[in-house]
Design a protein around this ligand. Structure first.
Ligand SMILES: Nc1ncnc2c1ncn2[C@@H]1O[C@H](COP(=O)(O)OP(=O)(O)OP(=O)(O)O)[C@@H](O)[C@H]1O
Ligand SMILES: NC(=O)c1ccc[n+]([C@@H]2O[C@H](CO)[C@@H](O)[C@H]2O)c1
Length: 207
């Protein structure tokens, strides 16, 4: 059995969940581990001098819990898929020819070294400030963003986290989140399927 680990990261509302879901739906034996499901309880998230909850930092996340889930997948991807309900609607592929694909999705995945070390391919979705603010303001998080949160916490932390990421990670593939859902899906899907074929020893010739 072969394994492939894809990271789909990027700024808030860049389209990470949308892209990850469409890849998962089309790639056989794939599943998603999403960083957003590992936020700590609101009561333990730090608050800054302006009263803003510090959600956009690694400290606000149970990264140990996320790694533990990923280790479970690494040990036995097939059982992980079955027990976590990642049913596949694809025809059963012979076992020897299987590649299991893990999609790691989140806004701070490339700022966490243990994750960086295990990912085979790293995508980073970006959108301009105005669009990011517009999309973010039309969403409701739990707890909801207080007034001024985007400019007072989310955007400054994004700039800080992105700088740190770019100082430590060199193999990122940037994706323009302004492109259509279909185009983004097409680009990533094609690369993932090529990588799966490469792992299975299926080579293509342009001749
Ligand atoms: N390519 C796209 N073009 C236009 N709108 C998009 C595109 N991708 C996603 N969206 C929309 O943008 C919003 C944010 O998308 P999504 O939830 O996928 O982002 P995200 O990066 O996972 O956000 P976050 O992790 O900050 O919650 C949604 O309303 C979604 O429908
Ligand atoms: N518990 C949550 O999912 C939660 C709570 C508060 C804020 N957020 C925001 O999620 C984004 C990442 O997807 C970050 O920008 C957080 O501010 C999430």
């Amino acid at each position: 059995m072969k394994k492939l680990i894809i990271g789909i990261g990027g700024m808030t509302n860049g389209g990470k969940s949308t892209l990850s879901k469409s890849i998962q739906e089309h790639v056989p034996n794939s599943c998603i581990v999403a960083q957003d499901t590992f936020f700590k309880d609101d009561s333990v998230v730090a608050v800054d001098s302006n009263g803003f909850k510090q959600y956009d930092v690694l400290d606000a996340l149970h990264m140990d819990g996320m790694m533990s889930d990923i280790r479970t997948w690494l040990k036995d991807p097939e059982s992980f898929l079955t027990f976590r309900g990642w049913k596949t609607s694809f025809p059963q592929i012979p076992k020897a020819d299987e590649v299991y694909v893990l999609i790691i999705e989140g806004f701070l995945i490339f700022n966490y070294r243990p994750l960086n070390e295990i990912m085979d391919k790293k995508y980073f979705l970006t959108i301009p400030y105005e669009l990011c603010k517009k999309r973010r303001c039309s969403r409701v998080y739990t707890p909801p963003d207080p007034p001024g949160y985007f400019d007072g916490h989310v955007w400054p932390m994004y700039l800080k986290n992105r700088k740190e990421m770019e100082e430590t990670v060199s193999d990122l593939v940037y994706l323009d989140g302004m492109k259509s859902r279909e185009e983004l899906f097409g680009t990533v899907y094609e690369e993932v399927m090529l990588e799966i074929q490469r792992l299975l020893g299926i080579f293509h010739s342009s001749l």
